[in-house]
Write a protein that binds this ligand. Structure first.
Ligand SMILES: Cc1cc2nc3c(=O)[nH]c(=O)nc-3n(C[C@H](O)[C@H](O)[C@H](O)COP(=O)(O)O)c2cc1C
Length: 211
């Protein structure tokens, strides 16, 4: 029997809604609680409280290897590299993610350049492959409302050496606290947080066994 303490994965939890304690906030809170209850570390980032300029296409990331815009995105580059898993919560806005989330994602073009033009590894996690979780709601019942956000999320993760693992999406969630009236959503989000920690630990064990 091993006396080693189980690995505590660092899960970066990114709150993408402009609305304080809105639906995706509550979903991500439940998810982050699940992460912590299972022994993971949830690092919570509230994009609405930060100053993150949209990408300005200066391409210092291409020529100098780093984004030249000195704002609140700078410390997040380190957090994005260090995380063992990444969770993003955003409402659907005009069939995309929120403007806060999109500005943040576009600034990850700096990673895209490092990865695809310079051949650098972005992740500093012990894991070979990192998992991403997307949590979202939309006010309407439109069949394709999550198509755009899920595609954006996939390619955001790709720039970070990560892949989509699971997502939770809920339609007809519109007023501020609608998600609290949903019969299963918050419990599902909490369970997913715990499931992620178990899956990351299993990945690490599998990689150790394969090494
Ligand atoms: C600017 C804006 C654009 C929106 N666009 C869509 C949309 O394209 N499809 C949809 O189903 N809901 C849309 N909604 C509704 C939001 O997705 C919905 O109100 C959601 O519950 C907000 O989540 P939050 O409380 O986490 O901010 C939009 C809301 C806003 C404010």
């Amino acid at each position: 029997m091993s006396n080693e303490r189980p690995f505590s994965p660092r899960v970066l939890c990114i709150y993408g809604s402009p609305r304080v304690r809105g639906n995706t906030d509550l979903l991500l809170d439940a998810f982050a609680d699940g992460v912590e209850e299972a022994g993971g570390l949830a690092e919570r980032v509230y994009l609405r409280n930060l100053t993150i300029s949209p990408c300005r296409e200066i391409y210092a990331c291409k020529t100098q290897g780093a984004c030249a815009l000195k704002d609140d995105m700078q410390p997040l580059y380190g957090s994005l590299r260090e995380a063992d898993a990444i969770a993003l919560a955003s409402p659907v806005m005009f069939y995309g993610v929120s403007a806060h989330a999109k500005a943040f994602i576009d600034r990850c073009q700096a990673f895209w350049c490092l990865k695809y033009l310079r051949g650098e590894r972005i992740s500093r996690s012990r894991l070979a492959e990192r998992k991403g979780v997307f949590l979202s709601v939309g006010g309407s019942k439109g069949r394709s409302i999550f198509d755009g956000p899920l595609l954006t999320f996939r390619y955001f993760l790709d720039a970070l050496d990560a892949t989509p693992w699971k997502s939770l999406t809920y339609r007809e969630i519109d007023a501020k606290d609608d998600i609290s009236g949903h019969p299963t959503a918050l419990a599902e989000a909490r369970a997913l947080g715990a499931e992620l920690v178990a899956a990351v630990r299993a990945d690490l064990e599998g990689e150790g066994a394969a090494a």
